[in-house]
Design a protein around this ligand. Structure first.
Ligand code: ACM
Ligand code: ZN
Length: 747
């Protein structure tokens, strides 16, 4: 790579003869994740074809890896020897580390001096991470004449904070080739991430060859998409062996995920006897949660799963197998004679305990084969298996509960780690602010948090280019959080290092995306501010109202927006629009609101502006993750407003979201009541929804109550009645349903 990307700091001093002499030059290098301790020296090492790698027998694998990196980067081959050398030498060892603060298995020291580069790892893993740090230095080193490279002198003492640093890659919703998977393993390793959580089975496709059940891949790996095209693919055993060997070489462990009891429609489509109804179903070609799950009452289901897992365990050497466990609607089990018989025979209270029975039975099997089970946080419901590790995704509470009960946990909450979400929900800074160890977890339980993962679900990621733009650069933020710890004050420094890595990512063929949406709107009271998130852009805006459309104009000061209208804002780079135009609908806000209280709290994943969000004048869009929607999960929404003084009320209206594929249902009805003292309530009116519960598609539903006789209110209560549970006819029957509101208007 022939580029100079770094600030060169030249220090010139006067010699005693008065001549100016160049005595030192430090080129800063950007290492991600940032090392624990990092110092530059003024001397550098000259790497050339005569450089030798010294490696004792136990470091030979790492030596060969380093030799290959040098060949790829500098186009010459250095030799490896087993006798020690003292000059023009790179010395690899796995000796006891001298400094007492870096004693973890993955710790390493990397020292670059004029005639010697030393990398000492506490183990082969540590040694390998030291080589990856040197690799990053190489990638930021200017070539001199093709035969020598000046490697910046420095000293790094380093080790990770967390031992589980992962990426979940969903190869089921969309299939990614063996080469893409290997590219991701290389990139994980480059950023010292050590786990590929490989999502291999789903409703929409089974992706791993199982010899005993050939239909899984002959049939279950393929679906007929809505456009009539047959879509799919799978990995043969040979593919998997090749990928596992490649990962091992890169110090990346692969955790296969074989989903059960839910997300199993592709398997059921291949072998219908696995389900409660035992009827033919297609491999799913839509996104969501499906009610066909493995029957828990039928022993042949367990025989099937155990046979599958036997072949899986033979392929993957790592100690963990992920069994999913998430989003398994209990609807079929409730109506299945065999499942109900199992409930009775095993003395189980309900279907959650039946799921727990299911998972425990599989855990016993895995443990008997020296494997450990990981499952999504739903495996806590109905009782946790004795040795299970919990992966927390619906927030961090599941991981907290697991740790408090002395179970290991992996954190990947939707709030910070779902990199399938758009940048307006989770940008680089948001991932960087993630702290896998909640403050409230007592110190003696913190070691149960093994680390975290970013989750890359691929419903809306059809190809490698899209995948790259979602994963990068956000994965780098998690890599640094998990290796170096959470420190939001370091964000600017981190972002500048990320900018420096864009050249490296380019050269590695990674089609990385933006780190944040270019602009953001912030509303405080009547004023809306447009904030820049990227460098070198100018801001423009316009306001559209019912009787006025305007042209874009330069943004100079906060915009008054307490009105019914649409604000559009965009960024311009070199006079050309850059990124997407933001559109935000506003309405006139309710007046004289003194306080707002909730009977049921909204979900922390959909806070929609927080406590004041229903009265902030900002309306939601058809993107339900736009930050304006407030979500209530399995609960009614009931909000009480106290006014500063009595208000005349003519009309109360609200907007709701409806999109049943994501379990978001419009309310059954909305009710308004009034009170003089906040205790005794008088119902004033209600309205039922005119929209059918079953209606498909994404839509915003306004509901309004007009009072024939206006009344005075000091306290007003608005209640929107949720359907509470996803109805029986739905794919996710029985799950908690969402109710989404963006704004309550009072006139
Ligand atoms: C998940 O996102 N369903 C684990
Ligand atoms: Zn059943």
């Amino acid at each position: 790579m022939k580029y100079m990307i770094h600030l060169a700091i030249m220090s010139l001093i006067m010699s005693c003869t008065g001549r100016k002499e160049k005595v030192e030059m430090i080129e800063t290098v950007s290492i991600i994740p940032i090392p624990n301790s990092f110092t530059y020296s003024t001397n550098s090492f000259v790497l050339n074809p005569d450089t030798k790698i010294y490696a004792p027998q136990e470091c030979l694998v790492e030596a060969e890896f380093l030799q290959m990196l040098i060949k790829n980067e500098f186009e010459f081959t250095v030799s490896i020897q087993s006798t020690e050398c003292e000059s023009n030498c790179i010395k690899l060892t796995t000796n006891q580390i001298s400094d007492s603060t870096h004693q973890g298995a993955e710790a390493y020291h990397l020292i670059i001096e004029p005639s010697l580069i030393t990398i000492n790892g506490h183990s082969n893993q540590g040694l390998f991470w030291g080589i990856q740090s040197l690799h990053q230095v190489f990638n930021q080193t200017d070539h001199q004449d093709g035969y020598a490279a000046r490697i910046q002198g420095l000293k790094i003492l380093d080790q990770p904070k967390f031992r589980h640093r992962g990426l979940l890659l969903d190869c089921c919703r969309h299939f990614f080739s063996k080469d893409v998977v290997k590219k991701y393993i290389e990139l994980l390793s480059y950023y010292k991430m050590n786990v590929l959580h490989w999502h291999l089975t789903e409703d929409q496709g089974w992706r791993i060859e199982i010899e005993k059940y050939p239909e899984l891949t002959q049939h279950g790996a393929w679906r007929i998409d809505a456009d009539g095209i047959r879509y799919g693919g799978y990995y043969t055993k040979e593919d998997i062996q090749e990928i596992v060997a490649f990962a091992t070489k890169h110090q990346v462990n692969i955790i296969p995920e074989i989903e059960l009891p839910g997300h199993s429609q592709a398997a059921i489509s291949s072998y219908p006897y696995l389900s409660c109804k035992q009827e033919n179903v297609a491999v799913a070609n839509d996104w969501g949660v499906f009610k066909e799950i493995y029957c828990a009452g039928n022993d042949s289901t367990f025989e099937f799963i155990e046979n599958v897992l036997k072949e899986v365990m033979e392929l993957f050497p790592y100690q963990y197998i992920h069994i999913g466990g998430d989003e398994a609607p209990k609807y079929r089990w409730e109506k299945c004679d065999k499942c109900q018989k199992r409930l009775v025979s095993e003395n189980l209270k309900d279907e959650h305990e039946l799921q727990s029975y299911f998972i425990q039975r599989i855990e016993t099997f895995l443990n008997a084969h020296d494997k450990k089970l990981i499952g999504w946080d739903e495996i806590l419901e109905g009782g946790l298996s004795p040795n299970a590790t919990v992966q927390s995704w619906r927030g961090i509470d599941g991981g907290m509960r697991a740790a408090k009960n002395e179970h290991y946990a992996i954190m990947s909450p939707t709030s910070h780690c779902y990199i399938d979400y758009p940048l307006d929900a989770i940008d680089l800074k948001k991932v960087y602010s993630f702290n896998p160890i909640p403050d409230s977890l007592s110190p003696d339980k913190q070691h149960y948090i093994l680390g975290g993962e970013v989750n890359m679900w691929t419903e809306h990621v059809p190809d490698e280019k899209n995948l790259d733009s979602k994963v990068f650069p956000r994965m780098l933020a998690l890599s640094e959080v998990l290796w170096s710890g959470t420190d939001t004050s370091r964000y600017e420094n981190f972002r500048n290092r990320v900018y420096n890595h864009f050249d490296v990512l380019d050269s590695l063929g990674v089609a990385y995306g933006a780190e944040a949406i270019p602009i953001r709107l912030i509303t405080k009271g009547d004023s809306t501010y447009i904030i820049k998130n990227n460098r070198n852009i100018d801001l423009q805006y316009l306001i559209e109202t019912a009787d006025c459309t305007a042209k874009f104009q330069p943004y100079k000061e906060p915009i008054y927006m307490n009105m019914d209208g649409m604000l559009k804002a965009r960024s311009v780079k070199n006079l050309v629009p850059f990124g997407e135009t933001i559109e935000q609908h506003f309405c006139k806000r309710a007046e004289n609101v003194q306080s707002i209280s909730y009977r049921n709290m909204f979900s922390e994943n959909y806070v929609g502006g927080g406590n004041n969000g229903l009265f902030d004048g900002k309306l939601g869009s058809l993107n339900f993750r736009d930050g304006n929607w407030q979500g209530f999960w399995g609960k009614h929404a009931e909000v009480t407003i106290a006014f500063e003084n009595e208000q005349v009320i003519n009309q109360v209206s609200a907007q709701f979201y409806h999109y049943i594929n994501s379990w978001i249902f419009r309310p059954e009805s909305m009710e308004v009541s009034v009170s003089e003292n906040g205790t005794n309530w008088i119902p004033m009116g209600n309205i039922k929804s005119e929209i059918q519960k079953k209606k498909r598609g994404k839509m915003i539903i306004p509901m309004s109550i007009n009072f024939k006789r206006p009344f005075l209110a000091k306290y007003l209560k608005i209640k929107a009645l949720s359907v509470l549970q996803v109805p029986g006819w739905h794919e996710a029957a029985g799950a908690d349903a969402w109710l989404f509101i963006d704004e309550i208007k009072i006139q």
